[in-house]
Design a protein. Structure first.
Length: 301
């Protein structure tokens, strides 16, 4: 389908960032600054490649919609300023808004806390034929909630339900939930945009210096940054426990946004490609009926 060569290479490259479980996963094996061998000089070509990836995505999404059997759920998790919003914006640009929905999950409301933690996410799952994007997700339940012990206490769980192995239990429930989704036609892809601590600092300073970006900065972001180590070990354990063949994690280098976007686009295209989508085919009788209707329309005075 005439895809750019560099994009095709990105397609091959994404395997390097895919985690499907099994072996031991270590964050230290990944480099936030990685650009897959491309240099800054390749940036314009990479931008072109991204455009070709986006075109492929638009075509596939159209087919996903027409085919109406599968849904794709893309989950984004990251530290602040890793570029979740901009990756979502760029990769999904050009997509028919009717076939795509984005849900952002913030600290749960009192109503949400009156339900189990999957409830609010289930309400936002994409229907068949659509792409659903979760900007943060139920994975916060083993990240921010794990790093801040007080949050768990706030979840209205009876003390007898808070076992020592509560995180293991949550991993297990999440694995089962995602298996259930897969078995029922929603394919799940999870993206951890892996930014380095140094690059986050640069981006925060940029937000503080540029008046147009002030709104993006929140003092709370610095409090989370101070817990970097705890977050990284929570991410590492989470990915180790919840990466599966059917619902893989992608650990995407996020220090260079142009590279992040191309890898995310390639992974989404690959996920849709794997579904072997096709436009619904008409039977001979249906085609004959259409031909008859066409003749009738043409004969109209
Ligand atoms: P932005 O790029 O605009 O900062 P964001 O995704 O960081 O986007 P915020 O409004 O800053 O959005 O923050 C959402 C906050 O909600 C995050 O700090 C996240 O950890 C927190 N959060 C999300 N889910 C939960 C949860 N289940 N329990 C507690 N906190 C949560
Ligand atoms: Mg934030």
């Amino acid at each position: 389908m005439g895809r750019d060569r560099l994009f095709e290479n990105a397609h091959k490259l994404i395997r390097k960032y895919r985690v499907t479980g099994g072996g031991k996963f270590h964050l230290r094996d990944f480099d936030p600054g990685d650009t897959g061998g491309l240099t800054a000089a390749d940036k314009p070509r990479a931008q072109q490649a991204l455009q070709s990836g986006i075109q492929a995505l638009v075509r596939l999404q159209d087919m996903l919609y027409a085919h109406d059997r599968w849904a794709l759920l893309a989950i984004f998790q990251a530290m602040d300023a890793a570029g979740k919003d901009s990756a979502i914006k760029h990769v999904m640009s050009g997509i028919n808004p009717q076939g795509c929905q984005v849900a952002s999950f913030k600290a749960p409301s009192p109503q949400e806390l009156d339900h189990d933690y999957l409830w609010r996410c289930q309400r936002e799952l994409p229907q068949r034929g659509r792409i659903g994007i979760f900007n943060r997700s139920y994975y916060e339940e083993v990240l921010v909630v794990r790093v801040h012990a007080g949050l768990l206490a706030n979840e209205k769980l009876a003390p007898s339900l808070i076992d020592d192995d509560i995180w293991e239990q949550r991993y297990e429930d999440i694995r089962c939930f995602e298996r259930h989704l897969h078995r029922n036609g929603t394919i799940v892809r999870k993206f951890f945009l892996y930014v380095s601590r140094a690059e986050q600092k640069r981006r925060f300073l940029d937000r503080l210096e540029d008046p147009a970006k002030h709104w993006k900065f929140s003092a709370a972001d610095l409090a989370e940054r101070a817990l970097w180590k705890q977050y990284m070990s929570a991410y590492e354990e989470m990915i180790r426990a919840t990466a599966t063949e059917k619902a893989p994690w992608y650990v995407i280098p996020a220090d260079h946004k142009w590279f992040t976007r191309i890898v995310v686009a390639a992974a989404v295209v690959e996920a849709l490609d794997s579904l072997e989508l096709s436009y619904p085919k008409l039977t001979k009788a249906q085609r004959a009926e259409l031909a008859k209707l066409k003749r009738g329309l043409m004969a109209e005075k």
